[in-house]
Design a protein around this ligand. Structure first.
Ligand SMILES: *Cc1c(COP(=O)(O)O)cnc(C)c1O
Length: 398
C-alpha cells in the first residue's frame, strides 16, 4: 500500500460522486425556490470535515461550492495556500470559530472573512489598525437568536456593537449570521421561527447602526433548515452533515417529506473498511476478548480486525454492533479493544483466508449506517464521524 501506511490498517473511502450528488440536492432546492438572487452554497468543513478529512475533502469540495466555512483560522489560511498552489480563483472563506487578534490580521491579509461574535473583538480593532492593512477585515456579525452560544444577544445590539461603527477602517461589515438551536430535533419549527424573528430584528439594528455599503449577506440555515425551512435560506446555506450525505435527524427526514413533498436522496460519502489481521477457528467454549464477556457456544470462525476505539470505533458498541463481510452481517464479539475488534465470520466466509470487512457503508445488499453505529454507541452520527481518527488513511473513490 502506498504512502507509508501499514498494510494492515483500516481506511476510509470518500465517494466523489456521492459528494457531487449531495451538493446537487442543495442546488436543486435553490432552483425549486424559483427566481431571486442566486443563493450561495456553503460547505462546512469543521471537525476535520466531519471526520472525512479536511485535506482530502478540500480538493473535492472546492470546485463544487461557493463558500467554505471553517472553525479554525489556520484552516482558512490553508484554503488560501491550496488555492495559490493550484492556481485557483479564491472562494469566499469564512472562519466561524474563535479568532485571536493576530490571527485576525492574517485573515485580513488573505481576504478570509471572520465572524465577530463577542466583545473580545474590541481589542482586535487596535491590533488590526497597527498592522496597517491594505484592506479592512471582512466581518460577519453573529446574532445569538436563542442558541445561547456565540453571538450578540438582542439585548447587546446596538449597545455593545458600536465599536464596529467606530472602526470602519479595519472592520467591513459584509454579513450577518445566526445558528438555530433545534431545527433538527422537532417537526414543528416554532422555536426556529422565533429565532428568525430575532435574526431580522438584530439584522435591522446592525444595518441601522453600521450602515454598510452593501446589504449584508444573511445566513442562518445549516443542513436541517436548508432542507425544511425555506424562509431561512436567505443568501447562503451552511451545509455540514448533509453535504456528507447524512440526514441531520429522523425528524428532518419526516419534515422534508412534508415541506418538499418528497425526501431528497442523500448519499453517504464515507465508507470505512479494513482487511482482517487473522481469521481462525475457536473451539466451542472459548472466550473472546478482554473480560471474557463472550463465550463461543459452538465452534466459531472469528476474524480479528485491526480497528479499535483508538481509531474511533466506539467501545460502547461492544456486543451490539456488526460489520459486513462478503455482504453478510458479522456480529462484534466481546469488547472492542484499543486496536482490535473481533467478529464472527463463521457464515460469511468459507475458509481462513483474509477477509475485507466494512465497518461503515455498503457491502452487497447490506449497510451499516453512521446512524446505526452511533445508535449502538448511544450517541449521534455527528459525534461518531468527527471522532474517526485523523490518522486513518483516506482514499477518494470515483
Ligand atoms: C456546525 C455548524 C453548521 C452545520 O450544521 P449541520 O447540521 O452539520 O449542517 C452550520 N453553522 C454553524 C454555525 C455550525 O456550528
Amino acid at each position: 500500500m502506498a504512502g507509508g501506511f501499514p498494510a494492515c490498517a483500516s481506511w476510509l473511502e470518500l465517494s466523489a460522486p456521492a459528494l457531487r450528488h449531495n451538493v446537487e440536492v442543495f442546488r436543486a432546492l435553490e432552483a425549486a425556490a424559483g427566481t431571486g438572487p442566486r443563493r450561495s452554497m456553503g460547505a462546512v468543513l469543521k471537525g476535520n470535515a466531519y471526520g472525512h478529512g479536511f485535506r482530502e475533502l478540500l480538493p473535492l469540495v472546492h470546485p463544487l461550492v461557493d463558500i467554505l466555512y471553517l472553525i479554525n483560522p489556520q484552516d482558512g489560511l490553508a484554503v488560501r495556500a491550496y488555492e495559490r498552489e493550484h492556481g485557483l480563483a479564491p472562494r469566499q472563506v469564512l472562519v466561524i470559530g474563535a479568532i485571536g487578534p493576530d490571527e485576525a490580521v492574517a485573515l485580513a491579509r488573505e481576504g478570509v472573512d471572520a465572524v465577530v461574535a463577542d466583545l473580545s473583538w474590541r481589542e482586535a480593532g487596535a491590533v488590526l489598525r497597527a498592522a496597517r492593512l491594505e484592506r479592512p477585515l471582512r466581518v460577519h456579525v453573529h446574532v445569538d437568536t436563542g442558541l445561547g452560544r456565540e453571538g450578540f444577544t438582542l439585548e447587546q445590539i446596538p449597545r455593545d456593537t458600536g465599536f464596529l461603527a467606530e472602526a470602519r477602517d479595519v472592520f467591513e461589515l459584509v454579513g450577518v449570521l445566526s445558528h438555530f438551536s433545534n431545527t433538527e430535533d422537532v417537526t414543528e419549527q416554532e422555536y426556529a421561527l422565533a429565532q428568525l424573528e430575532a435574526f431580522e430584528t438584530g439584522l435591522g439594528r446592525l444595518v441601522a447602526q453600521l450602515s454598510p455599503a452593501h446589504s449584508p449577506q444573511r445566513h442562518i440555515a445549516a443542513s436541517a433548515a436548508s432542507l425544511v425551512l425555506p424562509r431561512a435560506r436567505y443568501e447562503a446555506l451552511r451545509v455540514g452533515i448533509s453535504l456528507y450525505g447524512l440526514w441531520p435527524s429522523t425528524e428532518t427526514r419526516l419534515s422534508a417529506r412534508l415541506v418538499l413533498g418528497e425526501v431528497p436522496s442523500l448519499r453517504p460519502v464515507l465508507s470505512w473498511r479494513c482487511r482482517s489481521q487473522v481469521v481462525k477457528w475457536l473451539p466451542a467454549g472459548s472466550y473472546v476478548g478482554y473480560g471474557c464477556t463472550y463465550r463461543c457456544s459452538e465452534p466459531t470462525r472469528i476474524a480479528v480486525l485491526p480497528v479499535g476505539y483508538f481509531d474511533g470505533y466506539p467501545r460502547l458498541v461492544s456486543g451490539k454492533a456488526h460489520v459486513l463481510v462478503n455482504g453478510r452481517r458479522c456480529p462484534v464479539l466481546g469488547r472492542v479493544m484499543m486496536n482490535h475488534l473481533i467478529v464472527d465470520v463463521t457464515r460469511a466466509t468459507a475458509d481462513e483466508r483474509p477477509v475485507t470487512a466494512t465497518l461503515l457503508g455498503h457491502d452487497g445488499d447490506e449497510t451499516v449506517s453512521a446512524e446505526a453505529l452511533a445508535g449502538w454507541a448511544q450517541t449521534i452520527h455527528y459525534e461518531l464521524v468527527t471522532r474517526l481518527g485523523a490518522h486513518l488513511r483516506r482514499v477518494v473513490v470515483d
